[in-house]
Design a binder for this molecule. Structure first.
Ligand code: NAD
Length: 281
């Protein structure tokens, strides 16, 4: 077995039977050895951290994103670190593009085991100012995107009688001012998750959702900008409302996704895990 133990400061120490990376703060083993993963919205933020984490655990990862140039660069970074990843430009709300990319991934590696429906956008506005387009764009990326990717991926997962589907919901599913579209989509993804768990369980396919709280990414940066608040002040303000006293990092979410993606989580399905530093006070 390959054992990877990680401490502080980046140095590789190779022994005959195990590899030790001295450089980060957690213990890693090859939990996803030979697994194939498809991660959407992977050019940055939570998607990128997830693709990296899954690849570090031994998975071969297709990183899909509407930003074709960004995702090629992101996949290049992982490949340079000797991780198995490739990038593909995909709009998750486009059926042809989704089906082609998923088929390409399965053909390239012979199977497809893990799907992370992470791609997302926000079009925040109070209800009275929300346009039809703001509503539709959010529904198309989050809900239609997760639907198209899951339908395409399950063909392979059902056939091989193994699969892990992980959807990105949000604490906004419980309601959030200015996010009627986004909260409806994220709540919808929770129902979608439970239904897939019921339909696909008998084929060895689990489906779960992660509902992140405040995570420091371009998405929360854009919210701060829209509100005219410097990002650092926005983060500090948010941290004061969170029981653990800090905001989340993309790696916090990647770690939770890794659990659902692992083989040992096979008896966990239809669940929504809130990863938000604690419940609202
Ligand atoms: P982000 O904006 O940093 O990244 C989103 C990625 O999705 C980008 O790379 C973008 O190019 C890609 N994308 C957008 N539309 C796409 C499309 N049609 N097809 C393919 N790719 C597309 O956002 P993030 O913060 O990393 O969020 C990732 C997921 O987590 C989203 O679903 C988001 O709703 C959810 N989430 C984020 C937070 C947070 O605080 N950041 C909280 C809760 C949930």
């Amino acid at each position: 077995m390959t054992l990877v133990v990680v401490f502080c400061h980046a140095t590789w120490v190779k022994g005959p039977r195990h590899v030790v990376i001295i450089g980060r703060e957690s213990k890693r083993v090859d939990r996803l050895k030979d697994r194939v993963a498809f991660v959407t919205g992977a050019s940055r933020g939570i998607g990128y951290a997830t693709a990296r984490r899954l690849a570090e655990e031994g998975a071969k990862v297709c990183m899909a994103d509407i930003d074709a140039e960004g995702v090629a660069k992101a996949a290049g970074e992982l490949s340079e670190g000797s991780l198995e990843a490739f990038g593909v430009g995909v709009d998750v709300s486009n059926r042809e593009q989704v089906e082609r990319a998923i088929a390409e991934t399965a053909e390239r590696y012979g199977h497809l085991d893990i799907l992370v429906n992470n791609a997302g956008v926000i079009r925040d506005n109070m209800l009275f100012k929300m346009s039809d387009e703001d509503w539709q764009t959010v529904m198309d990326v989050h809900l239609k995107g997760a639907f198209l990717c899951s339908r395409a991926a399950q063909t392979y997962m059902v056939e091989q009688k193994y699969g892990r589907i992980i959807n990105l919901s949000s604490t906004s599913a419980l309601g959030n001012r200015g996010q009627a579209n986004y909260s409806a989509a994220k709540a919808g993804l929770q129902g979608f998750t439970k239904t897939l768990a019921i339909e696909l369980g008998r084929y060895g396919v689990t489906c779960n959702a992660i509902a992140p709280g405040f995570i420091e990414t371009e998405m929360t940066r854009a919210t701060a900008q829209r509100m005219g608040v410097p990002f650092e002040a926005f983060v500090q303000g948010a941290a004061q409302q969170i029981p653990v006293g800090r905001t989340g990092k993309p790696e916090d979410i990647a770690a939770a996704i890794l659990f659902f993606a692992s083989e040992e989580a096979g008896f966990v399905s239809g669940q929504v895990l809130y990863v938000a530093g604690g419940p609202k006070d």
